[in-house]
Design a binder for this molecule. Structure first.
Ligand SMILES: NC(=O)c1ccc[n+]([C@@H]2O[C@H](COP(=O)([O-])OP(=O)(O)OC[C@H]3O[C@@H](n4cnc5c(N)ncnc54)[C@H](O)[C@@H]3O)[C@@H](O)[C@H]2O)c1
Length: 247
């Protein structure tokens, strides 16, 4: 898909990977980028505007159906079409370690990482079909492929996102919607530091953190753009891994 004049929704756009993808879509010619997050999106909106697209921040809780429905309705009202959805908002155990995670947090992780991806994809189908077809890119994680005992809930949801993506292959035929998935390694975003309470990685993550070179959010944004551009990609899972630490 050629990006010029397209309309995209990016969830989790206030920060990290979502912010980088929103800016990259704007830089590559998108006409409008709808920003969906619960956090403040002013900074992302300004950067998207500077990169050449019209930003539309819509305060959204991706784990809540009514909130997601409002997001898609607002997108349709303002832009009248939808071409790209990056289901990217994510939540981990934070500074807690499984199984010592409050049950409400466990439910929230499932709600954001899995329910949000499923419902977002479902709600995108009709407007994308009406627009002549579209692309959904889900953000999973390297944690989908290997057990991650300290973040068991997070890992389970990310494995679910991979399997969901693969199961969405027929949507390319039935709705002209290609669903793909990126699995990042460790990326330099606030989520990583949240495992240690905000300014450092958690103890369980530190050996990995010190052994690898962190990816940049832009590295993942590039993988998302590759999926958007390449019409042959259907239900594909791409891993963007870490290189060993330098020195
Ligand atoms: N940082 C990493 O190392 C890494 C590795 C693999 C996968 N990921 C995945 O990448 C995605 C983006 O994370 P990030 O690393 O940029 O972290 P981040 O914390 O910078 O961004 C996550 C964003 O999701 C938003 N969010 C959380 N709950 C939400 C909700 N209910 N509704 C709407 N928005 C909500 C947050 O406000 C935040 O802006 C996540 O799905 C994450 O699991 C991150």
């Amino acid at each position: 898909m050629e990006l010029r004049d397209r309309i995209a929704i990016v969830t989790g756009a206030a920060s990290g990977i979502g912010r980088a993808t929103a800016i990259a879509l704007a830089s590559e010619g998108a006409r409008g980028v709808v920003l969906a997050d619960l956090a403040d999106m002013d900074e992302t909106a300004a950067a998207v505007s500077k990169a050449g697209a019209e930003p539309l921040p819509v305060s959204t809780d991706v784990s809540d159906l009514a909130s997601l429905q409002s997001l898609f309705a607002r997108t349709d009202e303002v832009f009248g079409r939808l071409d790209v959805l990056h289901n990217n908002a994510g939540l981990g155990e934070g500074a807690d370690v499984w199984p010592d995670v409050p049950p409400a947090r466990c439910a929230a992780i499932v709600g954001v990482n899995l329910t949000g991806v499923v419902l977002g994809t479902q709600l995108a189908l009709e407007p994308m079909k009406r627009s002549g077809g579209g692309v959904v890119v889900n953000t999973s994680s390297g944690a989908a492929h290997v057990p991650l005992p300290p973040q068991a809930v997070y890992a389970a949801t990310k494995a679910g996102v991979v399997h969901f993506t693969k199961s969405c292959a027929p949507l390319a035929e039935s709705h002209a919607v290609r669903v793909n998935c990126v699995c990042p390694g460790l990326v330099d975003t606030p989520m990583v530091y949240g495992t240690g309470g905000g300014d450092r990685p958690g103890d369980w993550l530190r050996p990995t953190f010190e052994a690898v070179t962190l990816l940049r959010p832009e590295d993942i944004a590039n993988a998302v753009l590759d999926f958007v551009r390449d019409d042959s990609q259907i239900a594909e899972i791409v891993t963007v891994g870490n290189e060993p630490a330098k020195g």
